[in-house]
Design a protein around this ligand. Structure first.
Ligand code: NAP
Length: 326
């Protein structure tokens, strides 16, 4: 029989935001469950090196994820390994439906499902994914030791991952669609100083070609002149940003044109009791520390919301029962 249970708070997603929310929720004595279908840490697990988490000059993404999860679990946070297939808001309490058929209920929900890598949508990208096309240097870089790779993108991720790949590959070509990187100044300096990395300015990949042994070349187009060329490569790593994982966001929730959820300063959406944090929330910058900050804010706000709700439930009881309830 399907399980149904009532929590004060359910957090969906165990990235740095969700785990930080878990720490604050447990410290606020909320009955909390955190649901995650993959490994705790989310996208952070794909980072070889995190160098802007305050207090850690250098830490691997997976180690940071592990530390955050351990910290949250030290307060007894219940982590449920399941896929969430639906989130249904309601006046009394919200319902979270799991892939195994169980339904959990909570007064408050914190949605922390982050984002996924954006695709370049060219021929060969989907077909050769896992056969030379990748969205994660830490996961797949090892297979390209001593080989040539193309990195697509010009942001912080493309820069960081290129530096990682440059330690393994024979040659890294960054293909960027314009004549300046978007990455932060320090990363730009490092990329430009790495003699194993060459930046191909004003170029886009128009096709990825492979034979039985895997990827062997990409077709390039010059964004200024339209000139076409072929660049031999063994692998293609795509880092052109990401899209919000907003599939669970309930209908009627306010989102911006790019699909990020609009909240108030407490991370509250336009549905009472439903909070959105981290990379799924509309904000100025997407950083691990900001996701963690969102997690703190939302958990504190949710604690206040749950307390107020419970207090008003008690007040609505007939006078004779109120003292018993207290
Ligand atoms: P991003 O900052 O959005 O950069 C995406 C890059 O891909 C841009 O250079 C963009 O070109 C290019 N691009 C976008 N669509 C493209 C397309 N269809 N074809 C070719 N190129 C395309 O994404 P990100 O680098 O993944 O970073 C996401 C967020 O995470 C950012 O806020 C970033 O600062 C943050 N982040 C921070 C760190 C860190 O602090 N250590 C590390 C990684 C990421 P244009 O420049 O021309 O738009």
């Amino acid at each position: 029989m399907a399980v149904t249970e009532l929590y004060d708070l359910i957090i969906i997603g165990a990235g740095p935001g969700g785990l930080t929310a878990g720490i604050y929720a447990m410290r606020a004595a909320l009955k909390t469950a955190l649901i995650e279908m993959g490994a705790p840490g989310g996208q952070v697990n794909n980072s070889d090196s995190v160098e802007n988490w305050p207090g850690e000059e250098h830490i691997s993404g997976s180690e940071l994820a592990e530390k955050l999860a351990r910290h949250a679990q030290s307060y007894g946070l219940e982590i449920i390994s399941q896929e969430v297939v639906g989130l249904e808001p309601a006046l009394e309490h919200h319902t979270v439906r799991l892939a195994n058929g169980d339904s959990l209920h909570a007064h408050a929900i914190i949605l922390a499902t982050g984002g996924s890598p954006r695709k370049i949508n060219v021929p060969g990208e989907g077909e050769f994914y896992g056969k030379g096309v990748s969205y994660c240097a830490v996961c797949d870089g090892f297979f390209f030791r001593g080989k040539t790779v193309v990195v697509v993108g010009g942001g912080d991720t493309a820069a960081e991952e290129s530096l990682y790949l440059a330690k393994l590959a024979k040659r890294v070509y960054i293909v960027h669609r314009r004549d300046a990187l978007r990455a932060g100044a320090l990363l730009q300096q490092r990329v430009k100083a790495d003699c194993n990395i060459e930046i191909l300015w004003n170029k886009v990949v128009t096709a990825i070609k492979a034979h039985d042994e895997g990827v062997y070349a990409v077709d390039l187009k010059d964004t200024q002149t339209g000139a076409q060329s072929e660049l031999p490569t063994d692998g293609v790593f795509i880092f052109i940003g990401f899209e919000p994982n907003n599939q669970l966001v309930p209908a009627g929730t306010k989102m911006n044109a790019d699909g990020y959820v609009v909240t108030d300063e407490t991370c509250l959406t336009n549905t009472p009791g439903i909070y959105v944090i981290g990379d799924l929330r509309e904000k100025y910058a997407r950083q691990i520390v900001l996701s963690a900050a969102d997690g703190c804010t939302a958990a504190l706000a949710a604690a206040h919301y749950v307390e107020t709700r419970k207090a008003s439930d008690v007040c609505e009881l007939p006078e004779a029962l109120q003292s018993q309830a207290l």
